[in-house]
Design a protein around this ligand. Structure first.
Ligand SMILES: [Zn+2]
Length: 478
């Protein structure tokens, strides 16, 4: 959404400048020309194309994910019917979305232009007054609201195809739930109850659960509160002792003891290098990325065995990543010196491809005293875009694709299942990661990689990434 708005902003500013140039003929003509921009049908029609191109297949994908929820809950859905209804819905949806978006944008523009003319301020003041209309905050509100709308419609389509006639309104039950939605929590609704279907308000995150003919409310256990491990809780609240240097990597890394018999690794926000290390990775966002990698690993069945990772502000070093320390372990680099290559790499290859890790090497794979491989250091994952030459640091590429000349490595059926399950939780995972502070574009890019791997049943290495850039069906950020 951010990209669509940014593109439209550019065009709007260009159009305003073009019309303002007419002022050389006299002030009144210019005023009329400027005021006319929000009303120029031809101009706004062309912006609809910009919008539709950016939105692409997202509505169909999201609606299908909502419908797939019915399947995940064990309902017997009618796939032909679902596909047809999703098609029917999305054929008009993008257009309606654009009507809502352009309508509110043009209304706000009219007010800003009127004020600008009244004050006689220069055009750049008008442009900066209009900036929030096209900014990240608005993009985020729109994306969240519309995702909820598409997902709820998908729920409806999926549930209905399985013969469900009643649903129960569900909020995400956290402190940020709007009072309007809180009042609806748990209410039994007819499946066609348009007025009470999410979204109820901008940024609404609610959804609907199906009620079976026996009256049972089916809920996805993954949609509710996340289950935290005991260790995660411990490192999240225990007092952190004196820190000492751990070294390794380019960012400051410390170690400390926590009460309750454990050690943790700390990466303080203040110790992060303040320069771009990889294209598409914003400096300073490491904490959100490290915690996100741990959370994504959890959703993928912990295939990466990423140690418990959280962000805390109350450490002796201020805001820091706090991660369980894996004692009695060696890095793969140390092991390799004596034992050569070890173990299966597919789990980690999948994990790295999902999180878009641009920094996997034998120094950030630990082998614990039971021979298990543990992935650490994810500060350079979740790129908003990737340059091809950077992705070949990918562990899988180094170990398998690299040695098979970039050959076609098919996803295992187990991994395909994991990815599908992960994708079906898209709405919830997106909210979770955004809540951790991960950039919207980085989250979107992750879903692009996941969709690509599912559609092609291949792991992603450098060659796959090259293929993906050629595939116009994907809005790749490369
Ligand atoms: Zn809501």
């Amino acid at each position: 959404m951010g990209r669509a708005l940014a593109a439209i902003q550019k065009n709007v500013n260009r159009q305003l400048r073009k019309e303002a140039r007419n002022t050389s003929n006299g002030f009144q003509i210019g005023v009329r020309a400027l005021s006319d921009v929000p009303n120029q049908l031809e101009f706004w029609d062309s912006q609809e194309s910009v919008f539709a191109k950016e939105v692409g297949s997202l509505p169909a994908e999201t609606t299908l994910e909502g419908a797939a929820q019915a399947d995940a809950l064990g309902l017997a859905i009618n796939l032909d019917l679902v596909n047809q209804e999703v098609l029917d819905f999305t054929s008009t949806y993008t257009n309606e979305w654009w009507s809502r978006l352009s309508g509110s944008t043009r209304t706000a523009m009219r007010a800003a232009i009127t004020e600008n003319i009244a004050t006689g301020a220069p055009l750049r003041v008008l442009e900066s007054n209009l900036a929030p209309l096209f900014g990240r905050a608005r993009a985020r509100v729109i994306a969240a609201t519309e995702t909820t709308r598409m997902y709820a419609e998908g729920n409806r389509i999926g549930y209905r195809s399985a013969g469900v006639t009643r649903v129960e309104f569900q909020t995400v039950r956290d402190a940020r739930v709007d009072p309007l939605c809180d009042a609806l929590q748990g209410q039994n609704l007819a499946i066609d109850d348009e007025a009470n279907f999410p979204p109820i308000h901008p940024r609404c995150r609610c959804w609907v659960a199906p009620v079976t003919t026996e009256g049972e409310v089916l809920k996805d256990p993954t949609a509710g509160a996340r289950i935290t491990t005991k260790l995660e809780e411990q490192i999240g609240k225990s007092a952190i002792g004196k820190t000492r240097n751990l070294g390794g990597g380019i960012n400051e890394t410390k170690m400390a003891h926590v009460r309750g018999d454990g050690d943790v690794v700390l990466k303080p926000q203040s110790g992060l290098v303040d320069r771009t290390i990889r294209t598409g990775i914003r400096p300073g966002g490491d904490l959100a990325r490290e915690v996100s990698a741990f959370r994504v690993d959890g959703h993928l069945g912990r295939i990466g065995r990423v140690p418990e990772t959280i962000a805390r502000t109350d450490t002796p070093l201020g805001e820091s990543m706090v991660q369980a320390f894996i004692g009695d372990s060696q890095t793969l680099a140390e092991i390799r010196a004596t034992a050569g290559r070890i173990g299966s790499v597919e789990d980690f290859s999948l994990f790295d491809a999902v999180i878009g890790n641009l920094d996997r090497h034998a120094g950030n794979v630990l082998i614990d005293n039971q021979g298990r491989q543990i992935m650490i250091d994810h500060g350079l994952a979740f790129p908003e875009r990737v340059r091809l030459t950077q992705f070949d640091g990918n562990f899988f590429y180094m170990n398998r694709v690299g040695t098979t000349g970039g050959g076609d490595i098919t996803l295992s059926s187990e991994h395909l299942r994991l990815l599908r399950g992960f994708q079906s939780k898209r709405k919830f995972v997106t909210e979770e990661l955004a809540g951790l502070g991960l950039e919207d574009d980085a989250i979107e890019a992750m879903w692009d990689r996941v969709a690509w791997m599912i559609d092609n049943t291949r792991y992603m290495g450098q060659q796959s990434l090259a293929d993906m850039t050629l595939d116009l069906g994907y809005r790749t950020r490369i």
